[in-house]
Design a protein. Structure first.
Length: 90
């Protein structure tokens, strides 16, 4: 279980930093991180870091796909975690 928590920390930190990096590249008009990659990081259990990255860096907050999609991924992951805890964690 320790490794799972380390994974969660690593993927969420990565998602957060990638959102920050993409915002910086947008300001500098340089090559950007593909939106698919940003969603992939969220889908790999990095949704908390992705959402925090959106809020802290004010990045992708006007894109409906991100404003709806990232929280939807987060809620789905929380529901899955609750279901696993309920059915397997007792």
């Amino acid at each position: 279980m320790k490794y799972f928590y380390l994974y969660l920390l690593a993927i969420n930190l990565t998602a957060f930093l990638v959102f920050g990096w993409d915002k910086l590249m947008a300001k500098l008009e340089k090559r950007r991180v593909p939106e698919r990659t940003l969603f992939l990081l969220a889908g790999l259990l990095g949704s908390v870091g992705a959402w925090l990255g959106m809020q802290v860096f004010r990045h992708k907050t006007k894109h409906t796909s991100f404003v709806v999609g990232i929280p939807a991924i987060l809620v789905a992951q929380m529901a899955a975690a609750a279901a696993l805890w309920y059915f397997l964690g007792r």
